[in-house]
Design a protein around this ligand. Structure first.
Ligand code: FAD
Length: 386
C-alpha cells in the first residue's frame, strides 16, 4: 500500500499555501462577513489552472481526477480558505458537462468556464422535496424538441455570480414512469434567459457565497441545453453525489486542521496558572482527539477519491468520509474554540466564525442521517428506513 502523493498531487495539495500569500483567511473572512464574492481570488485560481481540473485538456481543462480535486479543496481549506463555489461549479457542474454535455457545452462553455470567464451553479433542492429529490416538481414540458421549464429551486449557492446553472428537472411526470428514478433530465440553463428570476435566501452564516431561490417561469430550452439523455438524468446524478461527498470531506478536514493549528499556536503561547494552557490535558486531549479524527476522515476521503477515479463503487467510502469529516471538523472547531477561551469569540481570531460553516456541513448538502442510512442499509445490510 502506497500513501505517497505524486509530485503534481503534492503541488496541488500545497497550492493553498501559495494562494494564501495573496488571499488568506483574513481576506476570506472579510468577504464572508459581508457576503461578497471573492472575485479576485477566484480569478487567481482560474489563472493558476484549477477551475478545469476535472475537465479534459481538449475542452480547456487539465484532465485530472477526483483525487486532485479533493486535494485542492483540502489543501486550500488547510489555510482557512473553504471554497463552496469550487464544489458547485468545477466539481459538480463542469465535470458533468465534459462527460455528458452537448458540443455547445464542451466547445463554447467549458473553455470559458475553465478560464473563469463564466461560472456555474448547481440546482437540485426544492422547497417541497428537500432531501427527497425524487419528489422534484420543477418540470420541463416537451414541445417537439424544445422544452418549457417551470418551477422553483432553493438554497442555490452562487446563483447571483453564475452565468449558468445545472438544473435537475422532471421531463416525465412521476406517475408515468416505471422506475422512480426515471423521468429526470439535467439542463444547463442560461440564467439570463427570459423567465428566470431569483430571490436571496438570507443565510445567517459568514459565507462569501450567497444562497438564492431560483424561479423558472416557462423558460424556453432547446436540445442544445440538455445534459445527458432525456429522462435519464438520475444516472448522471448518481455520479454527482459521491464527488460532492468526497470534496466536502476534504473541505471539513482542511478547515478542521486550520482551526486546530490556530489552537495549538495559542495554547503554546497563552499562559495562565503559571504554564501554557496547552500543558493541561483538559485542553490538550480534546485537540489530540479531534486531530486523530480529522486524519482518519482524511484517509477515508482519499480512499473514496481513489475508488471513484479507478471506477470502483465509491458510495460506502464517500458516505463514511463525508460523515466522519463533518463530525471531526465540528469537534476540531469546538476544541479550538474552547482552547482560545474568550479570545475565540472575537473577530480578531475568527475561530467562532468557522463554527457555523462547519456545523452546516453536518446538515447540508447531504445530512448526517442520510449518510448513516446509506451505511446502515447499503453497506451493512440493515432494512431501508425511509
Ligand atoms: C448554505 C446552503 C447552501 C446550499 N447550497 C445548495 C446548492 O448549491 N444547490 C442545491 O441544490 N441545494 C443547496 N442547498 C440545499 C441543501 O442541499 C439542503 O438543505 C439539504 O439537502 C437538506 O434539505 P432540506 O433543507 O429540505 O432538509 P429536509 O429534507 O427537510 O431534512 C431536514 C432534516 O430532517 C432529517 N432527515 C431528512 N430525511 C431523513 C431521513 N430519511 N432519515 C433521517 N433523517 C432525515 C435530517 O436531519 C435533515 O437535516 C444548500 C443549503 C444550504 C443551507
Amino acid at each position: 500500500m502506497d500513501f505517497t502523493l505524486n509530485d503534481e498531487q503534492r503541488q496541488i495539495y500545497e497550492y493553498g499555501g501559495q494562494l494564501a500569500q495573496s488571499f488568506d483567511n483574513t481576506y476570506w473572512l472579510e468577504h464572508a462577513r459581508q457576503h461578497t464574492f471573492p472575485r479576485e481570488m477566484f480569478q487567481q485560481i482560474a489563472n493558476d489552472g484549477f477551475l478545469g481540473m476535472m475537465v479534459p485538456e481538449e475542452y480547456g481543462g487539465t484532465g485530472l481526477g477526483m483525487t486532485e480535486m479533493m486535494l485542492f479543496m483540502e489543501g486550500t481549506a488547510n489555510y482557512g480558505i473553504p471554497l463552496l463555489m469550487m464544489v458547485v461549479g468545477p466539481c459538480m457542474s463542469l465535470s458533468h458537462l465534459s462527460k455528458h454535455g452537448t458540443e455547445f457545452h464542451k466547445k463554447e462553455l467549458l473553455p470559458a468556464a475553465c478560464k473563469g470567464d463564466i461560472q456555474f451553479c448547481f440546482a437540485i433542492t426544492e422547497p417541497g422535496a428537500g432531501s427527497n429529490s425524487i419528489k422534484t416538481k420543477t418540470m420541463a414540458k416537451r414541445n417537439g424538441n424544445r422544452f418549457s421549464l417551470s418551477g422553483e429551486k432553493t438554497f442555490i449557492t452562487g446563483a447571483d455570480v453564475s452565468d449558468y446553472c445545472l438544473v435537475v428537472a422532471r421531463t416525465t411526470p412521476h406517475d408515468q414512469v416505471s422506475r422512480r428514478t426515471d423521468g429526470f433530465t439535467l439542463f444547463a440553463v442560461d440564467l439570463k434567459k427570459k423567465g428566470v428570476d431569483k430571490q436571496r435566501v438570507k443565510i445567517s452564516i459568514p459565507l462569501p457565497e450567497e444562497q438564492w431561490t431560483l424561479f423558472f417561469d416557462e423558460v424556453d430550452l432547446g436540445p442544445e441545453d440538455v445534459v445527458g439523455h432525456i429522462d435519464e438524468g438520475f444516472n448522471i446524478l448518481f455520479d454527482t453525489l459521491n464527488p460532492e461527498r468526497i470534496i466536502l470531506s476534504g473541505l471539513c478536514c482542511g478547515l478542521g486542521r486550520f482551526a486546530l493549528n490556530k489552537a495549538v499556536e495559542y495554547a503554546n503561547e497563552r499562559v495562565v496558572f503559571g504554564q501554557p494552557i496547552g500543558a493541561h490535558q483538559g485542553v490538550q486531549h480534546p485537540m489530540a482527539k479531534a486531530h486523530t479524527n480529522i486524519e482518519m476522515a482524511s484517509l477515508m476521503g482519499r480512499r473514496a477519491a481513489w475508488e471513484f477515479d479507478t471506477g470502483q463503487p465509491a458510495g460506502a467510502s464517500a458516505n463514511m468520509a463525508k460523515y466522519a469529516a463533518a463530525e471531526a471538523g465540528i469537534e476540531a472547531v469546538d476544541a479550538a474554540l474552547q482552547a482560545h477561551g474568550g479570545a475565540g469569540f472575537t473577530e480578531d481570531t475568527g475561530v467562532y466564525e468557522m463554527y457555523p460553516l462547519m456545523r452546516l456541513l453536518r446538515t447540508a448538502p447531504v445530512n448526517r442521517e442520510l449518510c448513516l442510512s446509506f451505511i446502515g442499509e447499503k453497506v451493512m445490510g440493515l432494512p431501508k428506513s425511509y
